[in-house]
Design a protein around this ligand. Structure first.
Ligand code: BGC
Length: 763
């Protein structure tokens, strides 16, 4: 039977209501024992359970219960596999049920604006479509077990530098298309129980105090019906915040904000109804959890196995050239004499630092995993993860070890100190000692593989001298097992990059404006984030968005769009795009097929192409399957501020199918008819160009020209062809209507009448 939360609220005193709107301690909401309102716990994650018993902290320093550390979001996003991410969410939901945790604080889906952001390892992508789909899958998984999630950090919190106060300056189109879109998908598709409001300000106002974010967009536009909580100590002005839509303050303010709320209700500046609404949302969350408790077990060993399975789907094979004698260097072949080089082979870096830090109950290294298979490898540590400068003796030992082997596999990566919550990266280089080891080993051993443990892109000055690179990201506690399975071909790499690896940091679009001056940060690159920038500028990159190789090869054929003309005016809702994918190699494998849309209408300055669909297909050798995508009006639209919403221009678009954002295999043209018409008001400064371009004014303008100018009419635009007439053509198109009375001698009154006629048809 559904609970009668409204009657419960009627029984509560003002003090009880206020007390419920802020946490009791670091991880608990308050109980109201008198009314049997239980005390529930929330916990960090999200790629594991960080349930703390004693000594709570949000820096990840103090211990939490032993749990299973799954691959971090930097890795899971590369799987492009929403079913897998949902499965991981289900498992985490069960773990939360078993440990009595009501809300898992994630997923974290802020857009990777710069590779320097210290928390990129926790975030999903530079692309909002992928980030949204991945978040929705995770949320569905966790919440299917009657445990809540808190999609975070809402919004435009894309750096650590002064994260609690920095003011993000961005225009609405940029916010809508890039920084809000993933939250929108998550909210609409998976109904998270909670949203976590971020620390920062946006355009001058703290997000936690901003009704535009917390109510207008989140609730009124997207239909969010859960509760909004603050990030830890993010509350600014509690009364303003509550009115804006910040229901729950976490953890608390030592009583200060409770007093402020009480006082505000008493003096009438905070309507009781606003408080009641927040209380209702909080109670709803509490009872959704406590009324649906399920018996669950947290089977650490089973979840460890799952963590390895997931990571096998996440690793990205960035490069795999042929070895000296023929076939690609990876997978490693039986009977080869193999050297493992680098300290991470023994002690992998498998997660990042800060609030998401999991107390992993066991860790499987690559050395453990080869040992378990009875495979002999030689090993030297070669560098210390805590050091930057190379040790000549360790370097010499690494070279000797590599020379004596048939293949050298270098386990490199970023040390903890190089990327973490709380501070941003200074550069995107690996430690000097690791670059030195890779360069020296590759010079001595032509068959060198680099395997990377890092949460965000790194420069690879040695890329041309190594044969293969396998990006493991921060792969969770079973990363060694996954690494060995992939190296030896028991599993076939199928991850694709969810972010661009630039050649140099300086190429990144945010370079001039990251992280700002500590007070403000200007998102001057606008919507041109990640591949949207590199593609627009046609820049070379180290590895493009969507890139990832396999031990097999795939052929793309038979691209079909349901209709060549798509009519949103007549009410078409969606259409289907299909393409056949064939495994043309000798082993089973998975391919992530990507659908990009290119706007050819010229209605705005837009990225060259944007991801609007992906589909991971599993294929045996020789097998062909169809990948299918559903495309809707939104996939063609951009956020038009003067239109006041998502705007789809009529005209031609390309539907492009790719194996990456730069490996485009097939393309079909789609004609779109859209009911959206931009607002248009004609005045003396409206140009011929604008009147000719708009279907509502074109004919009227041409007729008016004939009528008013008669014999003196300017030659038609079409007649003004040819290079010699370029100036004439431009001056015709760029003529404002006022030229009609200033240059051609038509009366001012007649031009005014014509303007009125245009505005009449535009009404
Ligand atoms: C982080 C959140 C985290 C919270 C609780 C904050 O500092 O930004 O992501 O959930 O602490 O640990």
């Amino acid at each position: 039977m559904a609970r009668d939360i409204k009657s419960l609220i009627e029984k509560m005193t003002l003090e009880e209501k206020v007390s419920l709107c802020c946490g009791e301690d670091f991880w608990h909401l308050r109980a109201v024992e008198r009314l049997d309102i239980p005390r529930v716990m929330v916990s960090d994650g999200p790629h594991g359970l960080r349930k703390q018993k004693d000594n709570p902290d949000h820096l990840g320093h103090n211990d939490s219960i032993k749990a299973v550390c799954f691959p971090a979001a930097c890795a899971t996003s590369a799987s492009f596999d929403t079913e897998l991410i949902q499965k991981m969410g289900e498992t985490l939901g069960e773990e939360c049920q078993a440990d009595n945790v009501s809300v898992l604080l994630g997923p974290a889906i802020n857009i990777k604006r710069s590779p320097l952001c210290g928390r990129n390892f926790e975030y999903v992508s530079e692309d909002p479509y992928l980030a949204g789909k991945s978040a929705a899958a995770f949320i569905k998984g966790v919440q299917s077990k009657n445990v809540g999630t808190s999609v975070k950090h809402f919004a435009a919190n894309n750096q650590e530098f002064f994260r609690t106060t920095v003011d993000t300056i961005a225009d609405e189109r940029t916010l809508r298309e890039i920084y809000l879109a993933a939250f929108e998908t998550a909210v609409k598709e998976s109904k998270p129980w909670t949203v976590m409001a971020s620390y920062n300000r946006v355009n001058g106002l703290h997000v936690v105090d901003n009704p535009w974010f917390l109510t207008d967009i989140l609730r009124d536009e997207w239909g969010f019906d859960g509760l909004v909580m603050s990030d830890w100590w993010a509350t600014n002005d509690r009364v303003v915040g509550l009115k804006a839509g910040l229901d729950l303050e976490m953890p608390n303010s030592g009583g200060h904000n409770d007093k402020a709320l009480l006082e505000a209700v008493k003096n009438g500046s905070l309507p009781q109804a606003v408080l009641d609404t927040a209380v209702e949302r909080i109670l709803d969350m509490i009872f959704k959890f406590t009324d649906n408790r399920a018996k669950a077990t947290f089977d650490k060993d089973a979840d460890h196995v799952l963590a390895a399975e997931i990571e096998k789907e996440c690793a990205v094979l960035l490069k795999n050239d042929a070895a000296a004698k023929g076939s690609p260097l990876l997978p490693l072949k039986k009977g080869q004499n193999i050297a493992f080089i680098g300290a991470y082979a023994e002690k992998p870096r498998f997660q990042g630092g800060g609030s998401s830090h999991i107390n992993a109950y066991k860790v499987t290294s690559a050395l453990d995993a080869v040992k378990a298979r009875g495979i002999d490898v030689s090993y030297v540590a070669a560098f210390s993860p805590d050091k930057d400068e190379a040790d000549p003796a360790a370097l010499a030992a690494a070279v000797e070890c590599a020379k004596a082997a048939d293949v050298a596999v270098i386990f490199a990566g970023l040390p903890d100190a190089f990327e973490s919550e709380g501070y941003d990266r200074d550069h995107i280089r690996l430690p000097n000692c690791q670059n030195a080891v890779i360069a020296a080993v590759a010079a001595a051993q032509p068959n060198t593989v680099v395997l990377l443990h890092n949460g965000s892109p790194v420069e690879m000055p040695w890329i041309d001298s190594v044969k293969s690179v396998l990006e493991m990201y921060l792969g969770g506690q079973a990363v060694g097992e996954a690494a060995v399975a992939l190296l030896f071909g028991e599993a076939n790499p199928s991850g694709k990059l969810a972010e661009t690896f630039p050649l140099r940091l300086e190429d990144n679009p945010s370079y001039n404006n990251f992280p700002g001056d500590g007070k403000t940060v200007h998102y001057t690159e606008g919507v041109f984030v990640g591949y949207r920038w590199y593609d627009y500028r046609n820049m070379p990159v180290l590895f493009p968005f969507g890139h990832g190789l396999s031990y097999t090869t795939f052929a793309y054929s038979n691209l079909k769009i349901e209709k060549a003309e798509f009519d949103f005016v007549k009410g078409d809702e969606t259409f289907t795009v299909t393409v056949d994918i064939t495994n043309t190699g000798a082993v089973a494998g998975k391919e992530t097929v990507q659908l990009y849309i290119e706007d050819k209408t010229g209605s705005a300055i837009r990225p060259v192409r944007e991801l609007k669909g992906f589909c991971k297909v599993s294929l045996d050798p020789g097998e062909t399957k169809q990948a299918a995508f559903t495309v809707d009006k939104r996939a063609f639209s951009w956020y038009n501020e003067s239109y006041g919403g998502w705007f789809c221009a009529s005209g031609v678009y390309n539907i492009v199918i790719g194996a990456s954002s730069r490996d485009l295999r097939l393309c079909a043209e789609a004609r779109v008819a859209s009911p959206d018409l931009p607002p248009f008001h004609v005045d003396m400064n409206t140009t011929a160009d604008a009147l000719l371009k708009d279907p509502r004014t074109r004919d009227l303008f041409l007729n008016m020209q004939k009528r008013l100018l008669g014999e003196k009419a300017l030659p038609s635009f079409e007649a003004l062809g040819g290079n010699e007439n370029k100036w004439a053509q431009r001056s015709y198109l760029e003529s404002p209507l006022r030229n009609l009375y200033m240059v051609t001698g038509i009366s001012y009154e007649d031009v005014e009448k014509a303007i009125a006629a245009f505005n009449e048809v535009l009404r």
